[in-house]
Design a protein around this ligand. Structure first.
Ligand code: BJ8
Length: 425
């Protein structure tokens, strides 16, 4: 880290010893997993820098924004519409985490059989190690899976500023109306928090910023179609993870700059893995920083990851918001239309997700799918069984993995993944 941020972290009420321990584990993991890779694009230098400053310079920037009167809103889900947040000159940051912390304390509040994603968010709060959570003026929870919606009842006793958004679970006209009503209610809450009235011009600006960010990351996804792949799945995942933290305009520029470099690599047939290396599509639960275990296992087993059907990936970033409208009402409708297409497994039935996976297999030229389900995640684990069956019927080899954030199963995962890679070669 470029500066000593101790007093900033102290001011946020972090537990300095615990936080130091977390940063050390994060730094070591990054060194072993990321910096050990070969032939990385030069453009990844920017993302390495962002990661090295993820609890430092980025938090300082957010605190500077707050000092200038702007607000920071934290979220756990891609259903929280960033366009509305940007329209009020506020910044949206992701609060999901990918590491276990303070688990003994967490298990006093949540059942042991809760997924790691939920437990880790609680662990970071109870262990006082998340500067994003402590910087947020509003924390948005959402009624998605049962684990999340019930855990927010408990989270509300730990944080003073939790706002809960209701979300539909089916794709009907009534469900869309619920989503619209909730997005309007959220817009009102953001206006109240920021003191800014969101009009059509502001919405248009917010949509433009977020669309540009999504276009850039989608451009990156498209470049991964090339064989040899110009970027590793680990590096592409990192860009998708930083999507949730970085300043959106700077992020967009940095991704586009890296894409220019990748285009040149593709022209020269330069890749990170040899041509014809087995190509894997990951599908399933989101992977938040620093959850790099499975991608690392896959890419050290001779395969390359060419896409993520995930909320930290294409499920979260595909589809733009149509901004060819003039009134506030029309623009809000366009935002609802965009988010109503997200095919999260909390929806029932959820046929769009299978379609999207098949489409990604084709566009990414994937040889097989690894379905990543977090232990105790009912929506994705339940859905993975019929998905596997449907994909196998179409001769798309699929491996279902169920895991958590611990490193205990790395050996076992490696054996299974290596056998799968061997099979699809
Ligand atoms: S839109 S995937 S970000 S809800 S892993 S907490 S589902 S038990 S994260 Fe998600 Fe929004 Fe859906 Fe995406 Fe529950 Fe499963 Fe845990 Fe999960």
């Amino acid at each position: 880290m470029s500066e000593d941020y101790t007093s900033m972290w102290e001011g946020l009420g972090l537990d300095l010893a615990g936080h130091d321990a977390l940063l050390e584990v994060l730094g070591n993991g990054y060194q072993d997993i990321y910096l050990a890779q070969k032939n990385r694009p030069e453009g990844m230098g920017y993302f390495d820098f962002v990661m090295s400053e993820v609890h430092g310079l980025r938090i300082k920037e957010l605190l500077d924004e707050k000092a200038a009167g702007r607000k920071v809103i934290g979220s756990f889900c891609v259903f929280v519409p960033e366009e509305i947040v940007r329209a009020a000159d506020a910044t949206l940051v992701g609060l999901c985490t990918g590491a276990d912390f303070a688990m003994d304390e967490v298990e006093k509040l949540l059942p042991r059989n809760t997924c790691s994603l939920i437990k880790s968010a609680f662990g970071f709060k109870l262990g006082k190690v998340c500067p994003y959570l402590e910087t947020s003026d509003m924390i948005v929870g959402e009624n998605t899976c049962d684990g999340k919606k019930k855990s927010y009842e408990t989270l509300s006793t730990l944080v003073p500023n939790l706002y809960v958004m209701d979300l539909p679970q089916v794709k009907s006209a009534e469900a869309r109306a619920l989503m619209k009503a909730e997005y309007l209610r959220f817009k009102g809450a953001v206006e109240e928090l920021t003191g800014i009235t969101i009009d059509a011009a502001r919405l248009k600006k917010g949509i433009e910023i977020v669309n540009n960010k999504r276009k850039a990351i989608y451009r990156l996804s498209n470049l991964r179609k090339a064989d040899p792949a110009p970027i590793s799945g680990l590096d592409a995942l990192l860009a998708n993870q930083i999507f949730f933290y970085d300043n959106p305009v700077r992020f967009t520029e940095s991704v586009n700059k890296m894409c220019d470099e990748l285009e040149k690599r593709i022209e020269k047939k330069e890749g990170v893995f040899p041509e014809k290396a087995p190509r894997i599509l990951i599908s399933g639960c989101p992977m938040a920083v620093p959850n790099w275990k499975l991608p690392w296992v896959i890419e050290t087993s001779g395969a390359v990851i060419v896409g993520e059907e995930s909320c930290v990936g294409e499920r979260g970033t595909r589809n733009l918001t149509d901004d060819n409208w003039d009134t506030e009402e029309e623009l809000m409708e366009a935002i609802v239309d965009r988010y109503f297409k997200v095919d999260c497994a909390i929806f029932t039935p959820n046929p769009d997700r299978l379609e999207h996976i098949e489409e990604m297999v084709k566009t990414c030229k994937a040889d097989g799918i690894i379905h990543y389900g977090l232990q105790f995640c009912q929506p994705y684990l339940m859905e993975s069984i019929p998905l596997e069956k449907a994909l196998e019927e179409k001769n798309i080899p699929t491996l279902r993995i169920e895991t958590d954030y611990s490193m205990e199963d790395v050996g076992q995962l490696k054996t299974r993944v290596e056998a799968f890679v061997e099979m699809i070669k």
